[in-house]
Design a protein around this ligand. Structure first.
Ligand code: OAD
Length: 254
């Protein structure tokens, strides 16, 4: 069912949920000013070539190009603020017995909104590591100051082995963190309600989680101003933005 307003059935499902799972994508951070990936014109993959920036080969070929671009993205993430949608999800945790929050986003806006135990399925801009020995690397406290779109910037060297430090995000052709993905499959297999916010549902294996939830008997609410690949599996498709619809859901439910 597609609707532009919260539906009584949706509200009842939310109020009655003991185990609630939330899964977010880039649309969750759009109203904080962080670009999504596939939206027409504004999407990152419309402006930049994913193959030359977001793969292990790209980093091996030109580490300065890749590191510089991710430092620009990290700067944008640090200069952004959580929006009303992030804050609503943080508030939701005190309304239900158990809430598990999984995100494809690599920013820290859920954390800064007050959400705890945020599970990053595609890693994080804020946790780089050595490309050779995988040791975590501590970034300077000050936010980077980078030109729009980034510049070539040599990555730091690992203090332990001297290898190049790489962004702590999952790149194309890379496996997701196994423990986080396993927790996500467990959560969607046992939750009463899954709320999916701001994802095109085009990147696997995360894109299959809503279907896994439905098959396990959960109901699924999608919050997205546009149609997505997930429309066909969601119980309710709530057409609207994260910062508008999530506070409305909470305010109407309680
Ligand atoms: P996409 O850019 O593919 O999709 C963003 C979705 O958010 C679209 O369906 C938009 O309609 C929706 N949207 C836009 N503004 C919104 C708003 N204000 N509120 C709610 N929804 C809104 O981003 P993802 O689906 O997150 O992978 O992309 C998945 C993965 O592909 C990303 O994690 C990244 C990318 O390549 C990695 O970094 C590994």
């Amino acid at each position: 069912m597609t609707t532009t307003d919260v539906d009584p059935g949706m509200l009842a499902a939310l109020r009655g949920a003991r185990k609630l799972m939330v899964l977010t994508g880039a649309g969750m951070s759009a109203e904080s000013g962080i670009p999504t990936f596939r939206d027409a014109l504004t999407g990152l993959w419309r402006q930049f070539d994913a193959a030359s920036l977001a793969t292990p080969d790209a980093f091996r070929r030109d580490p300065a190009l890749v590191w510089g671009w991710y430092e620009w993205r990290r700067m944008k993430a640090l200069s952004a603020q959580p929006n009303a949608g992030h804050l609503a999800i943080a508030r939701l945790a005190s309304r239900v017995e158990h809430l598990s929050l999984f995100t494809q986003n690599v920013d820290d806006l859920h954390e800064r909104a007050g959400s705890h135990d945020v599970q990053h399925l595609h890693g994080s801009l804020h946790h780089p590591r050595c490309a050779d020995c995988a040791r975590p690397f501590s970034l300077p406290a000050a936010a980077p100051v980078e030109p729009e779109g980034g510049r070539r910037l040599a990555p730091p060297s690992c203090p332990a082995c001297g290898g190049p430090v790489r962004p702590g995000v999952v790149w194309f052709n890379e496996a997701l963190p196994e423990d986080v993905l396993a927790r996500a499959f467990d959560a969607c297999g046992s939750c009463d309600l899954l709320i999916v916010v701001g994802t095109s549902g085009t990147v696997y294996p995360v894109a299959q989680l809503p279907e896994v939830a439905r098959r396990a008997g959960s109901r699924v609410v999608q919050v997205n101003p546009s149609a997505s690949e997930l429309d066909r599996v969601c119980t309710w498709n709530l057409r609207g933005s994260a910062a508008q619809m999530l506070p409305a859901l909470l305010d109407r439910a309680w």
